[in-house]
Design a protein around this ligand. Structure first.
Ligand code: HEC
Ligand code: HEC
Length: 315
C-alpha cells in the first residue's frame, strides 16, 4: 500500500516537473523590434531604395495604376520614366521636389493626357509616412537610373512614430500607472524623472522591470532619490510588459525567460495546482483505505464481505 502511494507520488512528481519544464520553455513576454524595416535618417541609400520598392509594390498600392516593371497597369504613367521626366515636368520645380509632390499632392500637377485620379499617398488607403514617401522617391530615382538624392530628415521619422498602429500594452500601462506624469517617453510626459525613451540603452530590460518594483535599485544621475514611488504590488507581468515596451523603443529584443521569477510562468502555476490536487486525492485515497481496513479489522463481517464481493464481481 505504501509502495503504491510512493509510486503514484513519484509519477505525479514527474508529470509536474514536465509541466514546469515545458512552461519554462515557453517565453511569456517576448518583444521583437518592429518587423517592418524602420526607416531612419541613417538608412543607407540601397536600403532606402529596397524599402521604397517594397512599399510601392505592397502597401502603397501603386501598381494598381502604374508599372514599375512589365507588371502593373497603365492608368497612370509608367514609373520607369518618372525620375527622368521629373526635372522638366513642372516648370520651376526640381526633379526631387516634383516626385515628392506627385505622391503627396498628386492633383497639384497633372501629367498631360491623364485624369485626376491618383489618391494622395499620405492619406488612406496607402497612408504612407513622409519617410516612406521619401523611400518610394528613392526607388523611383534608382529605377530611372538617376542619382538617389532624396534624404530622410529627422522630422520625417518623428512624424512616422506618431502614425504607428496599435498601442503597445506596456505603453498603455505606463499611462495607467502614472509613469508618464514624471517621465517623458517618445516625446510626451513629465520632467520630474529622466526621459525613458532610450532607457533600455542604459539599463538591461530585466533591471528596469526590477526598478519599477524597487526604485532604490539605482538612482539616475542628476535626479533625486526617493521621488519615484515603489510598486512592489504591481504584477510582475505588467512590469515585464513595460520593460519590454521600453526595450523595443531602444530597438532591443527582450524575452525575460529565466530572468523572471519561475512563479510567473504558467507552467509552474499549473503544475502547482495539479500537485495540490493530486496530494489531496492521495490523502483522500489513503484515508479511505485506512477506514476500510479499520472497518475490516474487528473481525470478518459476512454481510459486509459478501456485499463487497458482489460489488467487485459486478464491476
Ligand atoms: C488610382 C490610380 C493611381 C494610384 C493608386 C497611384 N497613382 Fe500615381 N498617378 C496616377 C495618374 C492617373 C497619374 C497621372 C496624373 C497625375 O499626374 O496625377 C499619376 C502620376 C504619378 C506620378 C507622376 C509621374 C510622371 O511621369 O510625372 C508619380 C511619380 C506617381 N503617380 C507615383 C505613384 C506612386 C508612388 C503611387 C503609390 C504610392 C501611385 N502613384 C499611386 C494614378 C495613380
Ligand atoms: C513621482 C514621480 C515618478 C513616478 C510616478 C515614476 N517615476 Fe520613475 N523615476 C522618477 C525619478 C525622480 C527618477 C530618477 C531617480 C531615480 O533613479 O530613482 C526615476 C527613475 C526611473 C528609472 C531609471 C531611469 C534611468 O535613466 O536610470 C526608470 C526605468 C523609471 N523611473 C521607470 C518608471 C516607471 C516604469 C514608472 C511607472 C510604473 C515610474 N518610473 C514612475 C520619478 C518617478
Amino acid at each position: 500500500m505504501k509502495a503504491t502511494i510512493a509510486k503514484i507520488f513519484l509519477f505525479m512528481l514527474a508529470v509536474v516537473s514536465l509541466y514546469a519544464y515545458v512552461g519554462q520553455l515557453v517565453p511569456q513576454f517576448e518583444e521583437h523590434p518592429p518587423q517592418k524595416k524602420v526607416i531612419t535618417t541613417e538608412t543607407p541609400k540601397e536600403e532606402l531604395v529596397a524599402s521604397g520598392q517594397e512599399i510601392l509594390r505592397g502597401k502603397g498600392g501603386c501598381l494598381v495604376c502604374h508599372k514599375d516593371q512589365e507588371r502593373g497597369n497603365e492608368r497612370g504613367p509608367d514609373l520607369r520614366q518618372a525620375a527622368g521626366k521629373a526635372a522638366t515636368r513642372k516648370p520651376g520645380t526640381a526633379a526631387e521636389a516634383y516626385l515628392i509632390e506627385s505622391l503627396v499632392t498628386p492633383d497639384a500637377f497633372l501629367v498631360e493626357g491623364y485624369p485626376k485620379m491618383m489618391p494622395p499617398s499620405m492619406k488612406p488607403p496607402a497612408n504612407l509616412s513622409m519617410a516612406e514617401v521619401k523611400a518610394v522617391v528613392a526607388y523611383l530615382q534608382s529605377l530611372g537610373g538617376a542619382e538617389v538624392t532624396v534624404k530622410v530628415e529627422a522630422a520625417d521619422v518623428a512624424a512616422e512614430k506618431k502614425s504607428s498602429g496599435p498601442v503597445h500594452r506596456g505603453k498603455a500601462l505606463m499611462a495607467e500607472q502614472g509613469c508618464v506624469g514624471c517621465h517623458k517617453v517618445e516625446g510626451e510626459g513629465g520632467e520630474i524623472g529622466p526621459e525613458l525613451t532610450k532607457v533600455a540603452e542604459r539599463h538591461e530590460p530585466a533591471k528596469i522591470a526590477q526598478k519599477i518594483a524597487d526604485p532604490t535599485l539605482w538612482t539616475a544621475e542628476g535626479f533625486q532619490t526617493g521621488l519615484m514611488p515603489p510598486r512592489p504590488d504591481m504584477p510582475e507581468g505588467d512590469r515585464q510588459e513595460i520593460a519590454a515596451y521600453l526595450a523595443g523603443l531602444s530597438g532591443k529584443s527582450y524575452s525575460p525567460t529565466g530572468t523572471a521569477s519561475p512563479w510567473s510562468h504558467e507552467g509552474v502555476r499549473l503544475g502547482a495546482v495539479i500537485a495540490v490536487f493530486n496530494i489531496v486525492m492521495l490523502l483522500v485515497l489513503g484515508w479511505a483505505r485506512a477506514r476500510e481496513k479499520s472497518t475490516l479489522s474487528p473481525g470478518p463481517s459476512p454481510i459486509e464481505g459478501e456485499g463487497r464481493n458482489t460489488a467487485g464481481a459486478a464491476s
